[in-house]
Ligand binder design. Structure first.
Ligand code: PGA
Length: 247
C-alpha cells in the first residue's frame, strides 16, 4: 500500500452530473504512486463508489455519527457509509466543529465508530488565526490530538490532517517552516502515544492547489494533503495527485 495519501473534500458541492469529474480523475490516474480518495457529499457516496469501482480512486464520507444506529434524524452512521462503498471518512473538520459545535470528545467517538465499521478515519485539527497570533498553535494542536485520537488508532486505520482554520478556503497558507513545525510536533505526540511505529499519515490541508502542492509535499513529515476547493475539478486535483506521486 502506498503510504502517501491525497484526499479531496467536496464539502457541500456536487450533483450527479459532477461525477464526471471523479471519472476523469480516475481515468487520468490508473495506478497512482499514492492513495487517492474523494469525499463527496453523502448523497453521492454510493453513486461515486459505483462510478469509481475498479479504479485506483477511493471514496470517503465527510462525517459520521458516533452511534452505530438509532433515532438520529438526518445523521449517517459509519456502517452506512461503508455499506454505500466508502473506505474512509473525515471527522472533526473545522467546519463541523464550528457549524455543529463538535467537541474533541465527540470527534474521538466518531473516529472510534468509523474504525469499528472498518473505515479509515481522517481526523482534522488546526488552530484559529487568533491562536496562532497568540503563539498557542503547538499547544492547541497537541490538546486536540490528545482529545480526538481513538484508543485503537494505528497507521492502518488513522490519518491526521493538520488544517489551520485561517488557511481553509482563503488562499493563504502557513510558511513551509510553520507546517514542518506542526507536523514534527504531531509526529512526536503520536510516537509518545502509541506503542509501536507511529507512522500514521500526516496530511496538510488549507488552500492546497497545483501551484503550491510540490513545495508542501517536500516538507518533512507531510505525507499528503486534504484538499477542498481544488478537488472539485479533475484537472486541478489530478495535478496535486501528480505532485504527491512525484514527491
Ligand atoms: P481548501 O479546504 O482546500 O478549500 O482550503 C481544505 C479543507 O477544508 O479540507
Amino acid at each position: 500500500m502506498p503510504r502517501k495519501l491525497v484526499a479531496g473534500n467536496w464539502k457541500m458541492h456536487g450533483l450527479a452530473a459532477d461525477l464526471a469529474e471523479a471519472r476523469a480523475l480516475a481515468a487520468a490516474h490508473r495506478a497512482p504512486d499514492c492513495e487517492v480518495a474523494l469525499c463527496p457529499p453523502a448523497t453521492l457516496v454510493a453513486a461515486m463508489a459505483a462510478a469509481l469501482a475498479g479504479t485506483a480512486v477511493m471514496v470517503g464520507g465527510q462525517d459520521c455519527h458516533e452511534a452505530a444506529q438509532g433515532a438520529h434524524t438526518g445523521d449517517i452512521s459509519a456502517a452506512m457509509l461503508a455499506d454505500a462503498g466508502a473506505r474512509m471518512v473525515i471527522v472533526g473538520h473545522s467546519e463541523r466543529r464550528t457549524d455543529h459545535g463538535e467537541t474533541d470528545a465527540q470527534v474521538q467517538a466518531k473516529a472510534q465508530a468509523a474504525q469499528a465499521a472498518g473505515l479509515t478515519v481522517i481526523i482534522c485539527l488546526g488552530e484559529t488565526e487568533a491562536q496562532r497570533d497568540a503563539g498557542e498553535t503547538l499547544a492547541v494542536i497537541a490538546a486536540q490530538l490528545a482529545g480526538s485520537l481513538p484508543t485503537a488508532a494505528g497507521p492502518d486505520n488513522t490519518v491526521i490532517a493538520y488544517e489551520p482554520i485561517w488557511a481553509i478556503g482563503t488562499g493563504r497558507t502557513p510558511t513551509l517552516e510553520q507546517i514542518a513545525e506542526v507536523h514534527g510536533r504531531l509526529r512526536a505526540e503520536l510516537a509518545a502515544r502509541m506503542n509501536g511505529p507511529a507512522d500514521v499519515r500526516l496530511l496538510y490541508g488549507g488552500s492546497v492547489k497545483p501551484a503550491n502542492a510540490a513545495e508542501i509535499f517536500a516538507v518533512p513529515d507531510v505525507d499528503g494533503a486534504l484538499v477542498g476547493g481544488a478537488s472539485l475539478k479533475a484537472a486541478d486535483f489530478g495535478a496535486i495527485v501528480q505532485a504527491l506521486g512525484a514527491a
